[in-house]
Design a protein around this ligand. Structure first.
Ligand code: PEP
Length: 256
């Protein structure tokens, strides 16, 4: 959509120590000029242990790159051993946080109700949640992908107001296309991203839905990003593997 600024978010997953993180941030920043970083919002999502280093690099050199975490606790503080809270992330200069990535739904059994609590926690602490929805291969083969993603969306947005939802980013990530080299066709991406926007229009109103950015994720590469981004309801990409290569990710961010 013309009014929505494209967003390219690099999900590093559980890769790179803080030394390697610093190198990648510097390389990425050097590969993109000011105009490119104005036309497209570029965000990286490193592991927690890299965030302080990324903050130092971004603030020290005034890099036009945003950053955030891959998950957060639904709680603000307390007896939750091993968890990281929204206020901790905000204090490190994070502006984004992923919620409900399929790898967390699968390996940590995260439910829509937990994702809802995490979306609310992110918004409460001034972080933009990147809420992931997406179907597995079985659901796709049964032709239930649209209703599956709509249900995940509605569950994770329970109690979120229209004003708040304009600050949410939704990422459609078909699980069968993540890390598999299998990219959804641009038409597949549009079908679900369009349906997500229609569901938002039903849950809120059309004007609100038009403000929400919807990303596609699943084996996005420099070679396939332009066709996917040409779809009317795709406003950006959530990029895993390809975001670990500075030149490849920079090329993805230069798609226009
Ligand atoms: C992801 O983890 O969000 C993702 C889309 O991974 P990949 O690009 O490697 O498929």
């Amino acid at each position: 959509g013309p009014a929505r600024r494209p967003l390219m978010a690099g999900n590093w997953k559980m890769n790179l120590n803080h030394f390697e993180a610093n190198l990648l941030v510097q390389k990425l920043a050097a590969s993109l000029n000011e105009k490119q970083l104005t036309d497209v919002e570029v965000v990286i999502l490193p592991p927690y242990t890299d965030l302080r280093t990324v903050q130092t690099a971004v603030e020290g050199d005034k890099l036009m790159i945003g950053y955030g975490a891959q998950d957060l606790s639904p709680h603000a503080s307390g007896a939750y051993t091993g968890d990281i809270s929204g206020p901790m992330l905000a204090k490190l200069g994070c502006t984004y946080v992923v919620v409900g990535h399929s790898e967390r739904r699968i390996h940590h059994y995260e439910s829509d109700a937990l994702c809802n609590a995490k979306v609310q926690a992110a918004l409460t602490h001034g972080l933009t949640p990147i809420l992931c929805v997406g179907e597995g291969l079985d659901v796709r083969e049964q032709g239930r992908h649209v209703s599956h993603c709509s249900e995940q969306l509605e569950g994770a947005l329970a109690g979120v107001s229209a004003e708040q939802v304009t600050k949410v980013v939704v990422a459609y990530e078909p699980v069968w296309a993540i890390g598999t080299g299998k990219t959804a066709t641009p038409e597949d991406a549009q079908e679900v991203c369009g349906a997500v926007r229609d569901r938002l229009a039903n849950l809120y109103d059309r004007g609100t839905a038009e403000q929400v950015r919807i990303l596609y994720g699943g084996s996005v590469k420099a070679s396939n990003v332009a066709a996917t981004m040409a779809q009317p309801d795709v406003d950006g990409g959530l990029v895993g593997g390809a975001s670990l290569d500075a030149e490849e990710f920079a090329q993805i961010c230069r798609f226009p």
